[in-house]
Design a protein around this ligand. Structure first.
Ligand SMILES: CC(C)=CCC/C(C)=C/CC/C(C)=C/COP(=O)(O)OP(=O)(O)O
Length: 257
């Protein structure tokens, strides 16, 4: 078993060397889809599917960090997810609260890997314990700088855009009532995602090709990669495949110039 593990680690290292010859994306975003189908296919409870999804996110984070990807974004809970059955919403909320609280510890995985956590979304819609855990985690990881992880929670892109436009109007009007012209940079400055560059790659699992109200503003130039694997099944190889696709897309762009 130990031998097999060593062989896999060696292969992973070789692949890292191969992809490092080309440009490494600075920002990868994930639409983590298929947790419930993964659970159903295995006669597991829905909660177990989401828990498996959590471990898949951890493994992607570690691979991204080893690959030198600076920004990672994950769509963890959309505003529309509040419409799901109460038990499922509670289960996801409990899972996130528990993990965020544990990530605050000094020896947690996020601190070990130098991951700074940021939240994108309307946190006012969350229960108080989850909102507090998210705020505590943001503060607890503020000194980390190896990877910037943005978790989209209570997020939809349309909500982000409307909020940024509203804030721009209010703040510009308060600044100067004579000329309150709003431009692109006024809106972008007020987006939740202002902390990260636009994603180079968006990976969606479970065979779907839709963006489902995720990073609509930021994805104009992103390379979209869809895989039929359910989110808990995502592996290092899917990540490498996405990066190779991105590199091919980059070289095509260069040829066009
Ligand atoms: C602590 C932390 C950040 C945990 C994250 C856990 C996690 C992976 C959440 C994603 C939840 C979600 C709505 C997935 C979509 O699959 P789905 O439920 O829609 O599955 P389906 O497409 O098969 O119905």
């Amino acid at each position: 078993m130990e031998f097999l593990y060593k062989v896999v680690r060696f292969l992973i290292k070789c692949m890292f060397c191969v992809v490092s010859v080309g440009p490494i994306p600075s920002h990868i975003a994930f639409i983590m889809d298929g947790n419930r189908r993964f659970a159903k296919q295995r006669n597991m409870k829905v909660g177990a599917g989401h828990e498996a999804g959590y471990f898949a996110l951890m493994s992607m984070l570690i691979h991204c960090s080893e690959l030198g990807v600076k920004y990672v974004t994950a769509y963890a809970f959309s505003i529309d997810n509040f419409k799901r059955r109460t038990e499922e919403v509670e289960c996801l909320v409990d899972l996130m609260t528990e993990k965020f609280e544990s990530w605050c510890r000094e020896d947690s995985i996020v601190n070990m890997f130098g991951i700074r956590v940021h939240f994108s979304g309307n946190l006012q819609l969350l229960s108080e314990p989850l909102r507090d855990a998210a705020k505590k985690l943001t503060a607890a990881t503020v000194g980390n700088s190896r990877v910037f992880l943005t978790l989209c929670v209570a997020y939809t892109s349309t909500n982000e855009i409307v909020r940024a436009v509203e804030k721009s109007c209010e703040e510009k009007w308060a600044e100067d009532q004579e000329s309150s012209v709003i431009n692109l940079s006024d809106i972008e400055k007020r987006m939740y995602m202002v902390i990260a560059p636009d994603p180079d790659i968006i990976i969606r699992t479970s065979g779907e090709n839709r963006l489902s109200n995720f990073l609509l503003w930021q994805s104009a130039g992103s390379c979209l990669v869809s895989t039929s694997a359910m989110w808990p099944e995502i592996s290092f190889w899917h990540l490498i495949w996405a990066v190779l696709n991105f590199q091919r897309y980059q070289s095509l762009l260069k040829k066009k110039l």
